[in-house]
Structures are given as C-alpha cells and as structure tokens.
Design a protein around this ligand. Structure first.
Ligand code: ATP
Length: 217
C-alpha cells in the first residue's frame, strides 16, 4: 500500500522596499498566514529594486526595520537574501534560490493586484509561475481594468481554492480578497518630513529606530 503524500505547508513570499515597513504590510502578511494556513510568510526587502527609483534609505536600514517589526510576530520572518546576493534584486533570482532551498514546498508569491498588472515589465516574469504559485491580493469590491495579457494569463492559470495549490510546488494563480489598511510608506515618509506624527501607522519599535537614526527628515 502506498501512503498518501502529505502536502507541505506553503511558504508565503512578500517582497517590497519596506521603506519603512508598516502595519499595512504586517496585517496583509498575518491575514494570509492565518487564512491560508501557511508555514510562514517571508518578508524579503528588495536591496536594489530594478523598476523604481533607489530607495532613500539604505537596504541595511530597511532590513533592520523589518527585523524589528517581525521580532515577536507569529509566522512572519525576515529574509535577507536580496541583500546578500548583491546586484539588482530581480524577483526571478529570489524565487530560484528559494526553490533550490525548498524543492518540493509550495511557494506563494504575494502580489497586490496592481503589481500583478505590471508583471509584464518584470525581468523574466513568465518564469515566476514555473517557480511559485502567485497569490494575488485584491481589495474587496475593487475591480481594476485588466490588461489583455494578464486576463489571458489568469484564464490559463487561475484556480478557485487554495486546496488546488497544495499538491504542487508552483504553477497556479489564486486571487484573494483582503481588506487593505490605507497606509503607505510614502504617506509615512511624508508625515515625518513635514514634522507630523506617524504614530499607529507602524510598529513603535520601527518608529523609535526612525527617530534614533533621524530618517526621512
Ligand atoms: P511606497 O509607498 O514607498 O510605494 P508601500 O507602502 O507600497 O511603499 P512596498 O514596500 O512597496 O510598500 O510594498 C510591499 C508590498 O506590500 C507590495 O506588494 C504592496 O502592494 C503591499 N502593500 C503595501 N502597503 C499595503 C497596505 N496598506 N495593505 C496591503 N498591502 C500593502
């Protein structure tokens, strides 16, 4: 008799500049961790994001803030592979290195619907689906106009239930509706630059770090 293969719990991957990390990121990660019964969510700071201006704060500082924010968090971990790797931080390289480390584990690359729409501009984006599942997060009721190429992509790869993702390490897209907190790093940087108080938008420990190092003034 063959024993049924137990699916491994998936690992969620949340990349970002985290300049700085805030409660919008943390709530998103925790909601997905609990709702989809993930093994963990990895927050992966982008050292040198290829498709945006270089962040105003060094990668080491941004990493330090993600470490502080996840210190006591259940299920959320920081992953510094993009800093260790050096060069431009291409997501395809990150997925490849995670896949080498975890050959059989389902990997869920977490992307907002807006980011999903921009995928054709990402380096080697068509390989993502061979390395991971895509977990596309949409705000309830928010329907974005779908560019043709991504509509076709969704028609090809979308599944309706997380169960369909558990028995394969990669290859499908799942859309999840998550109510987003309307917080952005841009808003926090703007508040600080204007002498306003960003309290309650981000963890206290991160705010203390920002003040100690005189960031975003
Ligand atoms: P910035 O304002 O500098 O563009 P940001 O706040 O959008 O930054 P990023 O580091 O670019 O933060 O975001 C990383 C990931 O977290 C992205 O996938 C983004 O869609 C998601 N995200 C950012 N803010 C929120 C939020 N308030 N709720 C849910 N997801 C968020």
């Amino acid at each position: 008799m063959t024993s049924p293969i137990q699916p491994q719990k998936p690992i969620g991957i949340l990349g970002g500049t985290f300049n700085p990390i805030h409660h919008g990121h943390l709530r998103l990660a925790l909601e997905l961790y609990e709702r989809l019964d993930l093994a963990e969510v990895r927050l992966i700071p982008s050292a040198r994001p290829p498709h945006r201006e270089p962040p105003s704060i060094s990668a080491e500082m941004r990493l330090a803030m993600v470490k502080l924010a996840t210190e006591d968090a259940t299920g959320l971990y920081v992953d510094d592979r993009e800093l260790l790797r050096g060069g431009l931080s291409y997501m395809v390289d990150t997925l490849e290195s995670l896949r080498q480390e975890y050959p059989h584990t389902p990997l869920f690359l977490i992307l907002g619907m807006d980011a999903f729409m921009t995928l054709p501009h990402w380096h080697q984006w068509k390989r993502f689906i061979t390395l991971a599942h895509l977990l596309v997060v949409r705000r309830p009721g928010k329907i974005l106009p779908m560019v043709h190429i991504m509509r076709d992509f969704l028609n090809t790869y979308q599944v309706r239930s997380v169960k369909e993702l558990l028995h394969q390490p990669a290859g499908h897209v799942l859309v999840q509706e998550i109510p987003a907190l309307t917080i952005s790093a841009t808003q926090i940087r703007g508040l600080i630059a204007n002498g306003k108080n960003p309290h309650y938008l981000l963890p206290e420990s991160v705010l203390n770090f920002i003040h100690t190092h005189h960031l975003y003034l």
